[in-house]
Write a new protein. Structure first.
Length: 481
């Protein structure tokens, strides 16, 4: 078992029972001190209980480099500040600067030698596909559907689904993802309930994008109202898969999204063969082109289609690891950027094989360079860091709340420890975050001001148990094949 960074005192039985049911290791409620105490990041002195952390004041003290992503807060395009503090209060960024005063009762976390930046925003994923990690490695998208996703989806039980989603969501959090959008083609209410419960228990900020198999506005509204809306960090989108053959279904999905005031989220032109589906034409015809439309992959668009997407302020998710793995093609990022389209990065579930935003950023750069043989092509390191954080938040329409360490925004941030064999010594830390960084260099993760990872380990999570339960569920699923 992965042990907690500090020995957790025994909690009350009822609390233990609740946490155990969620697959979380129990920890003592945090005793809120009246004076500031300092915790070295690598060796946390206490492991704050999730509920006790709510409303807590945390001062991240003396990070060697803070990339705020807000040029108005720091210097340069990434808003950089050396030797800076970040104050989090009531789940928001209260202040960023040097030598901040620790408020009375604050929990002071020593971040000297570390780097801090906004948490990664994953604009497109399918967490449940953790069940088929490493599968169908010689297939393209259609072969992968047929050989991997379709057979597994039909056999999922609520308990099995919960274990896979929890595994993948925790993997995302430990790699620095603080916001994720999950496009989910899981249909029955009990499965959806299990899915949302697993997401909510991790503490990550999430959007559940529900793909209803038929125009069932009642079920969609019920899921939003009963399952997603009660989760403080949960939000909702309607998912679809735009194609002429299902245009009426696409229209019903768009109408449901409009009715609820949420985004429509569609896969678009991931494969060249999907030109026959004319998805951009369909989305145009049903009136969905606009800032409340998020298109994923968006690889095989014509110049006119990119122009139409840009003219209507449609948002896009770029998934380079998945596109590379499935031989799908390379999104024309320069063209999207030249026309001012807002886009972020997406891990895209099982086809990226694990959550690694550093690999995702590096691949986003590398694919464009390999395609053009031009090392100066967009995106550069600054661009891709922005895409991974504020750019993703802009694409999702939530940049007023997350994506940069701007005072007043929600406190979603990651702390990186560069003192590692794969990262040190300092040459250009911004470049090293993208080209050298790995999930294990993520030392701490805060979402809404709550520590989900500290000292390189997930807080209050028995990872051995999470892995064991996912393994057992996968074994049972295979037995039913
Ligand atoms: Zn996808």
């Amino acid at each position: 078992m992965q042990s907690a960074p500090t020995p957790p005192p025994a909690p009350a039985p009822s609390r233990r029972a609740l946490l155990t049911g969620l697959g979380l290791a129990a920890a003592a409620p945090l005793a809120l001190g009246v004076t500031a105490r300092t915790t070295p990041l690598g060796q946390p002195a206490d492991q704050p209980d999730q509920s006790a952390q709510a409303g807590r004041t945390v001062l991240l003290r003396g990070a060697s480099l803070v990339l705020t992503m807000d040029p108005a807060v720091g210097s340069g395009p990434l808003g950089a500040i050396e030797n800076a503090d970040v104050l989090m209060q009531n789940g928001t960024i209260a202040a960023v600067g040097t030598a901040l005063q620790a408020p009375r009762g604050a929990w002071v976390v020593d971040a000297s030698g570390k780097l801090a930046l906004p948490g990664f925003v994953d604009t497109h994923t399918h967490l449940w596909q953790a069940v088929i990690r490493g599968g169908c490695t010689d297939r393209d998208l259609f072969g992968w559907f047929q050989g991997c996703t379709d057979p597994q989806r039909g056999r999922l039980t609520p308990a099995a689904l919960h274990s896979f989603v929890r595994l993948a969501a925790l993997d995302a959090v430990q790699s620095g993802v603080t916001t994720l959008v999950d496009w989910v083609d899981i249909f029955s209410y009990d499965l959806v309930e299990s899915y949302v419960r697993a997401l909510a228990a991790t503490g990550v900020r999430f959007t559940y994008a529900m793909f209803p198999p038929k125009p069932d506005a009642v079920l969609v509204k019920k899921v939003k109202k009963e399952l997603v809306d009660p989760v403080p960090l949960g939000s909702f989108q309607v998912a679809t898969h735009a194609a002429r053959a299902v245009q009426d279904l696409n229209r019903a999905h768009w109408e449901a999204a409009q009715d609820m005031g949420v985004m429509l989220n569609s896969h678009v032109l991931e494969r060249p063969e999907q030109r026959a589906d004319d998805p951009i034409g369909v989305l145009t015809d049903i009136g969905a082109l606009g800032p409340r439309l998020l298109i994923n992959h968006a690889i095989h668009l014509t110049d006119d289609e990119i122009a139409a997407v840009a003219a209507h302020d449609v948002r896009a998710a770029h998934c380079p690891l998945s596109n590379m793995r499935l031989a799908s093609g390379i999104m024309r990022l320069s063209e999207f950027r030249r026309r001012g389209v807002k886009f972020g990065l997406g891990l895209d579930g099982g086809t990226n094989d694990s959550s690694d935003f550093h690999a995702l950023m590096k691949t986003a750069i590398g694919l464009q360079r390999a395609r053009t043989t031009d090392a100066g092509v967009f995106p550069q390191v600054d661009d891709v860091l922005r895409m991974a954080t504020l750019g993703g938040a802009e694409a999702l329409g939530i940049a007023d709340r997350v994506g940069s360490l701007t005072p007043g925004k929600r406190a979603d941030l990651v702390v990186i420890d560069p003192a590692a064999l794969n990262f040190a010594p300092r040459f250009d830390w911004v470049g090293q975050i993208v080209f050298n960084g790995r999930p294990e260099n993520i030392d701490a993760v805060f979402v809404d001001g709550r520590a989900l990872k500290l000292g390189g380990r997930l807080v209050e999570v028995d990872t051995d148990r999470v892995v064991r339960e996912a393994e057992a569920a996968a074994t049972r699923l295979r037995a039913t094949a």
